[in-house]
Design a protein around this ligand. Sequence first.
Ligand SMILES: Cc1cc2nc3c(=O)[nH]c(=O)nc-3n(C[C@H](O)[C@H](O)[C@H](O)COP(=O)(O)OP(=O)(O)OC[C@H]3O[C@@H](n4cnc5c(N)ncnc54)[C@H](O)[C@@H]3O)c2cc1C
Length: 558
Amino acid sequence: MAEPSLPEPPVTARVDQLFPVLTPAQVARVAAQGRLRVIHKGEVLMEQGDSAPHFYVVTSGELEIVRPMGATETLVAVQTAGQFTGEVNLLSGRRAFVRLRVRQDGEVIELERERLLTLVRTDAELSEILLRAFILRRVELITRGMGDAVLLGSSHSSGTLRIKEFFMRNGHPYSYLDLDRDAEVEGLLDRFHVSAADVPVVICRGEVVLRNPSNQQIADCLGFNDAIDQARVRDLVIVGAGPSGLAAAVYGASEGLDVLVLETSAPGGQAGSSSKIENYLGFPTGISGAELAARAYTQAQKFGAQVLIAKGARHLRCVRKPYAVEIDSGDAVSARAIILATGAEYRKLALDNLARFEGAGVYYAATFVEAQLCGNEEVIVVGGGNSAGQAAVFLAQTAKKVHLMVRSGGLCETMSRYLIRRIQETPAIVLRTHTEIVALEGRNHLECVRWRNRGTGQVEAHDISHVFVMAGAVPNTGWLDGCVALDDKGFIKTGPDLLPEELTTARWPLTRHPHLLETSLPGVFAVGDVRGGNIKRVASAVGEGSIAVSFVHQVLHE
Ligand SMILES: Cc1cc2nc3c(=O)[nH]c(=O)nc-3n(C[C@H](O)[C@H](O)[C@H](O)COP(=O)(O)OP(=O)(O)OC[C@H]3O[C@@H](n4cnc5c(N)ncnc54)[C@H](O)[C@@H]3O)c2cc1C
């Protein structure tokens, strides 16, 4: 194979942050956790796709990181004395994206993943340097589309949007080729024996071809969950990886609990679909939901929490302890305590043909991915809450006009003042009060929207192809099958909200009353948007997730 050329300069960060050089004292602290290994030119220390990659610090000689593609290679980086290998996959235990080869004879310090995790948990200085480099390297891989998956899709297909969002929200690098735009698509379709009718198609590690795969099939094919032991009884199983579940995971794992998180889709929950959160403490210029989610996910993994991706909870076996949660794959995970953090989902419009346009003109999130689809066009945002306000302000940066549609007479009772002011100051946003959508029309994609003024009864038709629905939420509690008491809207009742008769009906077996955030089932807690009486905010979700952990400790000692 020909020698790979010089690495391309990074596009997202400074080289000294991406590839820092450790001081001799820092190298010595790494060495205390690992072993020295002599390396020889040409030796491959890690192959692309390896499932349990090790961590290396170069003490002499050189390592090269290359991305193999068929018979060719792209040089990603060269690591010399004091520099180290790895990115966030080392924390999660997922497969390697690149090949690691010796470029010049020398010596490295080699650490198995468990030893690396111990190091980042115990050495604050090294933890900061390593985690920052890992995160920046991942951002670089995502920006350059250097992953182990290729998506062949079309901007007219809802499946393509779903898969793009799944990759994006899981922070997984992939390359995308569009049927309507990229000339290379034809060649790939022929090579992998798929047709245009099969899109979206995902090619995993250049080998396995998935036609319109579910999120779970993609996660399985790319080995997202391979490193996670599903058989052992955990101290704590958390259902849902939104802000509340991730907060519980960070606190639980950092306080020594064996924590497993189950997530139907991707970390971040509703907050992950927010374009910019401006009222969360500590981020004066705001933070996108995706970035907050990525940081929290990495933080939870740093402390040793494990997160099963695309494995939703289907049923709770609540009759005897340890409790068990049955998951989508048909397996069950057992736990001594459980935190329910399944949040809520957006209400849908009551229109017969809505499903036809979901992902093809009707969206429930307004992130960068959706904004790209509707640049310089007119869009509609439905809803009067903060999420609708944020979406309108965000989309107004790129859309020609944003129709913000509410059935009520205004925003004052449902939206924060700062957002109302921002909407008033944005000429591209038109507020349409007393208005509701009555029909969606189009062939493969939404083409026309009819709306009605509830006051005058007048119906208007507009050629608009993008509707963002942000109209309130319903709790994700359907799978609990009567295991815990719910309020009349389906939210989970906890602590002091549980009435004596509800505890009697639930056969509460203890002399003590349920703890704050504990449900009618001992040792099972509910936090965040899924809990009755919760204030639907990121901060309260995070607060409840962290508070619940202190009660989990008490229950585990009962
Ligand atoms: C677009 C948007 C913008 C917002 N902006 C703000 C803001 O600026 N400031 C603010 O304070 N709040 C904001 N919010 C509200 C905030 O995001 C929520 O209050 C917060 O996300 C609630 O967190 P949670 O963890 O309780 O639930 P969620 O965020 O709903 O997370 C629940 C998680 O559980 C998973 N799940 C559901 N069912 C299952 C199952 N059966 N098995 C496994 N996993 C499951 C879901 O996939 C999801 O990841 C916004 C919400 C939206 C939608």
